[in-house]
Design a binder for this molecule. Structure first.
Ligand code: NAD
Ligand code: UDX
Length: 463
């Protein structure tokens, strides 16, 4: 089948960048990204490409090149579904906040809505692609909805999970380690797989395009995230032991990472992992394991989350203890609020939880993040529902200037590893702070010897 029209439901951190790259690399294909969120679509269509809703290095240039040529953003979901031969579903699949599986299972209501809408609108055969991260065997539910329309339309369901990481999305999409496509073993299923392989083959070498059955593909995504997060929790567990024994976690990580069987990536000790994926996907994995009665499997993976929560709490406790067991009315400057550098995404950022703990101790938090707005910082704290909006806004202030955020502070906490933090005039910051001037480096990015030479009292993770 020759593909000329693709639609993607969901214009978020995955749908937006992924479709921008497909449009850039496949000028012969018309790509339409649709979303119910009018504000988000308006931002994607903003004349000034610097105002697109997602900050990713290199993304605005690609959107500028393709938008209006073969890349379109729209709220007209029905039209886009009707016209497309391939429909990607890239909507959010958050942890359930209600009912059975609350706090653990993935909430699939948005996925089901998409399936029902496709079933309602489609008049000719379609390939439906699960781009969202989904529990294993979700395709079965989607198929059951699509196959019961009674209008004779044939659907093929493929699983094509996305492995991009935020902050490096463009590079990850241009040069993926692999593309994974799962589909039915039937002849029709294989044809659908081939149609999607042909799209990616426009820029991805075919030996990097892996095809499997649907269930392997769905489960591989949860497995990849669980393995990645497990490495961080493992190194973070060692970081506490390093602090007690005089070992340095950076040196330990380097020493073990040079073992080619272990590898050097994802061994950076930190204040704890954040982001919209790791916690959600592991909780989901744990829930699935439990639902099959596999309690040892569930407990094994749950420990990754327990360790991560502990690491965040340990960081805030350390700040309180070091500041003579009280932070009440003290100004603590946060450098960084995003869950990692080079993104404006704050979902599950460790900064939110550390701030929440310190506000419980009546600290005054001053936030500077190069890409996160004051509104977002407050919304993140309100989302926890620990206290009223009024109380949160009385305890947190955002600054546009890092030096102002740090002036008069009793302590600085580095929560995100933004490159610019390393370049600051730290002598100037030191001079403007209360003494002793404390720095808690939750990302191990600052040169400790230099900081101590200036006069800072420094604490890092794992040394
Ligand atoms: P997101 O919240 O940024 O975007 C999802 C979008 O879908 C929202 O804009 C929402 O308005 C829209 N939407 C929801 N229901 C809709 C409907 N019925 N019709 C039209 N639009 C609808 O989410 P995201 O970060 O892009 O994640 C999407 C999926 O991809 C999730 O399953 C996630 O687990 C997975 N994923 C995310 C990442 C990542 O780095 N963020 C990486 C890999 C996989
Ligand atoms: C992750 C996966 O990497 C990606 O493949 C998947 O598609 C989505 O989930 P993302 O959450 O965007 O991507 O970023 P990632 O680079 O994985 O970082 C996640 C969190 O772990 C961040 O808070 C980061 O700071 C932290 N991290 C990462 C560490 O603390 N140490 C490390 O060594 C690596």
């Amino acid at each position: 089948m020759k593909i000329t029209k693709i639609c993607c439901i969901g214009a978020g951190y995955v749908g937006g960048p992924t479709m921008a790259i497909i449009a850039q690399k496949c000028p012969q294909i018309q790509v339409t990204v649709v979303d119910l969120n009018e504000e988000r679509i308006a931002a994607w269509n903003d004349e000034d490409v610097d105002n697109i809703p997602i900050y990713e290095p290199g993304l605005s240039e690609i959107v500028k090149e393709a938008r209006g040529r073969n890349l379109f953003f729209s709220t007209n979901v029905e039209k886009a579904i009707d016209e497309a031969q391939i429909i990607f579903i890239s909507v959010n699949t958050p942890t359930k906040t209600y009912g059975k599986g609350k706090g653990m299972a993935a909430d699939l209501k948005f996925i089901e809505l998409c399936a029902r809408q496709i079933a309602k609108i489609a008049k000719d055969d379609k390939i439906v692609v699960e781009k969202s991260t989904l529990p294993v065997r979700t395709a079965e539910a989607i198929k059951s909805i699509l196959d019961n329309t009674g209008n004779g339309v044939q659907f093929q369901i493929l699983s094509n999970p996305e492995f991009l990481a935020e902050g490096t999305a463009v590079q990850d999409l241009l040069n993926p380690d692999r593309i994974l496509i799962g589909g039915d073993t039937t002849e029709e299923g294989q044809k659908a797989i081939q149609a999607l392989v042909d799209v990616y083959a426009n820029w991805v070498p075919t030996d990097k395009i892996l095809t499997t059955n649907v269930w392997s593909s769905e489960l591989s995504k949860l497995t990849a995230n669980a393995f990645l997060a497990q490495r961080i929790s493992s190194v973070n567990a060692m970081s506490e032991l390093c602090e007690k024994t005089g070992a340095d976690v950076n040196e330990v990580a380097k020493a073990i990472g040079m073992d080619s069987r272990i590898g050097a990536k994802f061994l950076k000790a930190s204040v704890g992992f954040g982001g919209s994926c790791f916690q959600k996907d592991i909780l989901n994995l744990v829930y699935i394991a439990k639902s099959y009665g596999l309690h040892e499997v569930a407990d094994y993976w749950e420990q990754v989350i327990i360790m991560n929560d502990y690491q965040k709490r340990r960081f805030s406790n350390k700040i309180v203890q070091t500041l003579y067991n009280t932070v009440a009315d003290k100004k603590i400057a946060f450098l960084g609020w995003a869950f990692k550098k080079d993104t404006n995404d704050t979902r599950e950022s460790a900064a939110i939880y550390v701030a929440d703990d310190l506000i419980n101790e009546q600290a005054q938090i001053a936030v500077y993040d190069p890409k996160v707005s004051a509104k977002k910082v407050l919304a993140d704290l309100d989302y926890l529902e620990t206290r009223s909006t009024e109380k949160n806004s009385a305890c947190v202030t955002s600054f546009d200037d890092p030096y102002e955020a740090c002036a008069n502070a009793h302590a600085i906490a580095v929560l995100t590893e933004w490159d610019e933090f390393v370049q600051y005039d730290w002598q100037k910051i030191y001079d403007s702070m209360q003494k002793p001037a404390f720095v808690f480096d939750g990302r191990n990015i600052l040169d400790r010897a230099k900081m101590e030479e200036i006069g800072f009292v420094c604490q890092a993770i794992g040394s």
